[in-house]
Design a protein around this ligand. Structure first.
Ligand code: HAM
Length: 437
């Protein structure tokens, strides 16, 4: 007989994995709520056109796309950014600024499966629309840090590499490169970490040989590790554009330092981001050990809302993935214990007692307690074993003798002490007992 498995890169979430995922979602949601972001959701299936040219060649090649029965070209969403731009763009006039939105959703990319990369994964997306200044970057980077701190991860576990595509363009322009050549350099830099010097082969194929002095200056820029170094490297260029960008850098790093988050952020111009729509600051979060792929990525994308037919609306945002986050939590022993224990296990004598017990079981559940009982008639010994194995804190015993006396026995499963309580007092007594624990 054929045995069916989930598709490569897709996950089954058995209850234990599901509870881990819920924990991750809960921490993200708490972070977003503390920062005053509002939650939204969107369709899983979108017109293919939404991603064409907007997301970039890499994502376009990874789309799960097909023609639907009405002849429409559609794609499973590979990311949220174009969708949220479409949504915000359509109602921008009616939304209070700044627009701070978040979502938790599943995405699909036909990637080669590898550690930390799957074909279906979840992301927490947080974006701010309508704020052109670097205040939005401060808010979002602080939120990103909070969303990882919320798991118990510290500055020793992860950090954020902050970079700037505008700064790159202005710097390359000051070095005498035109926009086309600058784009070529940025895609070489995107590959540089993985490929080393070979990354520039693609550039020379398209744009011709890169002057040795220019390449040297590009590599120097890549090595910059602090705002001070950035300022001194750029000082000889008397460019207004560069001066304005540097002022924004001071604001972002100053704001984060005032929040005591400076240890989480590294100046690192090696991050340029593969997605096509980024315009200014870009950033990525990584584990400190460097074992894992990126935990999160984002940046400013001031042109995308307009490109998708909306108004001219500045925007910046990021997404954290659940796969790398889950791997990092596991590595650091921060995965929560899987708890299935009920509060109360009900031990039932026979069929007659079952009817009496059912009334109380339903009332206890209605009061919010987690209550279990055996479906079938069982010897008392077996039921007590099941009760203690269940992890419940107390057992309620509905035996023939007890019911004849109009009482129920409460057994403390931690020390096995017992007491009898009148049947009509069960709810109150259980509440007193469990709230004392
Ligand atoms: P991204 O860098 O493509 O950005 O993805 C963000 C995060 O999602 C990654 O850092 C990674 O943790 C996770 N991720 C991406 N692809 C996969 C995969 N195949 N398997 C597992 N995890 C994955 C974006 O998606 C942008 N739309 C983020 C953004 C929001 N920019 C502005 N707003």
């Amino acid at each position: 007989m054929a045995s069916f498995q989930s598709l490569p890169g897709f996950r089954d979430f058995y209850p234990e994995e599901f509870s881990r995922r819920q924990h991750i979602f809960r921490v993200w949601r708490q972070g977003a709520s503390a920062f005053g972001f509002q939650e939204y959701d969107a369709p899983v299936l979108e017109p293919l056109e939404l991603y064409k040219t907007k997301s970039g060649d890499e994502i376009e090649a990874q789309l799960f796309s097909f023609t639907d029965k009405g002849g429409r070209e559609v794609a499973l969403r590979p990311e949220m950014t174009p969708t949220v731009c479409r949504m915000v763009g359509a109602k921008a006039g009616a939304l209070k600024r700044p627009i701070k939105w978040f979502s938790i959703a599943e995405f699909y990319r036909y990637e080669r499966a590898q550690k930390g990369r799957l074909r279906a994964f979840n992301q927490f997306n947080a974006d701010i629309f309508g704020e052109a200044g670097p205040e939005a970057e401060i808010e979002l980077i602080a939120l990103l840090i909070q969303c990882l701190n919320g798991f118990g991860l510290t500055k020793d576990d992860f950090y954020i590499r902050l970079s700037d595509r505008d700064l790159w363009f202005f710097y390359l322009e000051a070095l005498g490169l035109n926009e086309n050549q600058a784009r070529g350099i940025l895609s070489a830099i995107d590959r540089y970490e993985k490929m080393g010097d070979d990354a520039f082969t693609g550039y020379t194929e398209v744009h011709g040989e890169l002057a040795a002095a220019t390449k040297e200056k590009v590599l120097t820029f890549l090595k910059i590790k602090s705002l001070g170094e950035l300022e001194s490297t750029l000082a000889p260029f008397k460019s207004d554009k560069l001066a304005v960008r540097l002022a924004d850098w001071r604001k972002v790093l100053g704001g984060l330092a005032a929040m005591k988050l400076n240890d989480f952020v590294a100046v690192d111009l090696g991050v340029v981001r593969g997605l096509a729509y980024y315009t200014g600051f870009v950033f990525e979060a990584f584990d400190r050990k460097g074992d894992l792929r990126a935990l999160a990525g984002g940046g400013r994308y001031n042109d995308l809302v307009k490109k998708l037919g909306g108004p001219d609306l500045p925007a910046v945002g990021f997404a954290i993935g659940d796969v790398t986050t889950g791997l990092l939590l596991e590595q650091r022993g921060l995965t929560p214990r899987f708890v299935t224990a009920p509060d109360i296990y009900v031990v039932i004598g026979g069929e007659l007692e079952r009817a009496a017990a059912f009334g109380d079981i339903h009332a206890l559940r209605g009061a919010g307690w987690r209550v279990e009982y055996p479906f079938k008639e069982l010897a008392f010994g077996k039921q007590f074993k099941a009760a203690s194995e269940s992890g419940a804190k107390l057992a309620l015993i509905y035996g023939g003798d007890e019911l004849a006396k109009g009482v129920v026995k409460i057994r403390d499963l931690t020390d096995r002490s017992e007491q009898e309580v009148p049947r009509d007092q069960v709810l109150v007594c259980v509440r007193d007992f469990l709230s004392g624990h």
